[in-house]
Write a protein that binds this ligand. Structure first.
Ligand code: IMO
Ligand code: MG
Length: 408
């Protein structure tokens, strides 16, 4: 059985926490996209693990994790991350695999990333991790794949500094390589998770282009980047926050107004820990945007929504949620492709009364305050998609499951 977990917004929705939670019952977690631009946080037993390249199942001692075909991998970052995990008591040897078709990121790509950003017509605010360059090299058919460095012809054409960069990792890399398509075929009946990076609105095709990342962040990316076929996906879990955030540039219709909503913005940012895991940048914050979320549901054929950070709204007097945009005098409920339209969009809000109660530690949906349940049910109705998991805190246990996950 194959379950895909993706972000439904602009990243940072809590994918790491949810993948970690679901991984308990799975045998393998495959990251299918992105690189060290991602930052996935897991809090377990009071310990915080910050992951960029390593898939989120790693904290369990018995799970296999795979860096999939759709990823772009900086070996220096990867082995530094594995060393940190080792120092945190997590053993990884023998259970971290790398698709032989995944692409590599070289140190020069990072400098090029920042150079290209300076020349862009529309600077994006990239994380500077060389991600865009690696995907561009891949599309240009001039990239270097993890397995291909063992091809003497490919090796002989690498620059001296590239050979010097890879050499210290060759032995480990060789032992970690896997043919992902064969692996998935051999493990057909296992419970497998596919972890996305970024979010549907940062996807190269479905996101707010050009303010996007360069990989596939949508559910179908699990096929291209995770070694399975289009009919092999059994469920798509899409994680979204009770509010919205975005890092870097680009349109964000429901962003809090810094002047009139500065206090609210600060409160959400601080209680929600909305600072980038990768770059430390404060994240832009705003209300939940249901126009965008519904678009995400359509793009990803989301079977289950996963709501996170609901507790951040605990002491709010009222909660607003965007149900339509007004663009050039017209009411719009379809998410526009053009960024100028999104920039012009005036969000139309529906207001809910806050629940004014701490909900952290709640174990059952029925035990949530009625006003919190109303907010959840409104989102379900609007998106026509069930919210089957709700997270009310950072710890693995602060999670409510409304429908069994692996029995369908
Ligand atoms: P996770 O997986 C949030 C954003 C960057 C920038 C744009 C392009 O943690 O949710 P890039 O370095 O990819 O060329 O940057 O995309 N971005 C993310 N924002 N979460 C992420 O990943 C992101 N990965 C990239 O801020 O605006
Ligand atoms: Mg992040």
């Amino acid at each position: 059985m194959n379950i895909v977990v993706i972000g439904a917004q602009w990243g940072d929705e809590g994918k790491g926490k949810i993948v970690d939670y679901l991984a308990g019952d799975s045998s393998v977690v495959t990251r299918f996209s992105g690189g060290a631009n991602a930052g996935h946080t897991i809090v377990s037993g009071g310990v915080t693990y910050k992951l960029h390249l390593v898939p989120s199942g790693i904290v369990y001692p018995d799970k296999t994790v795979i860096l999939g075909t759709g990823m772009v991998i900086d070996l220096e970052s990867l082995f530094a991350e594995l060393k940190t995990l080792e120092e945190q008591g997590i053993s990884w040897r023998g259970r971290v695999l790398i698709s032989d078709r995944a692409h590599l990121v070289f140190p020069t790509y990072k400098a090029m990333d920042l150079e290209m950003e300076k020349k862009r017509r529309h600077p994006i605010g990239t994380t500077g991790r060389g991600i865009g360059v690696a995907y561009a090299q891949k599309a240009d058919r001039d990239g270097v794949r993890a397995g291909d460095v063992f091809n003497p012809d490919v090796w002989s054409r690498l620059r001296e500094e590239e050979k010097a960069f890879i050499s210290p990792y060759m032995e480990d890399l060789k032992s970690m390589l896997v043919d992902l398509v064969s692996y998935m075929a051999e493990h057909k009946t296992d419970k497998k998770l596919f972890e996305g990076a970024q979010g549907a609105l940062l996807d190269i095709d479905t996101g707010t282009y050009p303010y996007v990342s360069s990989g596939y962040s949508i559910a179908s990316g699990a096929c291209a980047g995770g070694g399975i076929g289009a009919l092999d996906i059994d469920a798509v879990y899409a994680v979204f926050k009770a509010y919205s955030t975005r890092v870097g540039n680009g349109p964000f219709p429901t962003e809090f107004d810094h002047d009139s909503e500065g206090e609210l913005e600060n409160k959400v940012r601080v209680t929600g820990r909305e600072f980038g895991v990768t770059t430390g940048r404060p994240r832009r914050c705003g209300y939940l945007d249901l126009v965008a979320l519904k678009y995400s549901c359509r793009v990803n054929s989301i079977s289950d929504l996963v709501l996170t950070h609901l507790d951040i709204y605990d002491d709010m007097e009222e909660i607003k949620v965007c149900t339509a945009y007004e663009i050039e005098g017209k009411r719009v409920t379809d998410f526009p492709a053009r960024v100028d339209m999104l920039e012009k969009a005036k969000p139309l809000y529906q207001t809910f009364k806050g629940w004014k109660k701490k909900i952290g530690g709640t174990k059952k949906f029925e035990d949530l305050p009625q006003k919190a349940r109303e907010y959840v049910e409104f989102i379900e109705k609007y998106t026509e998609t069930p919210i089957t998991i709700i997270s009310v805190g950072y710890e693995r246990d602060d999670t409510m499951i409304r429908k069994p996950v692996w029995t369908r």
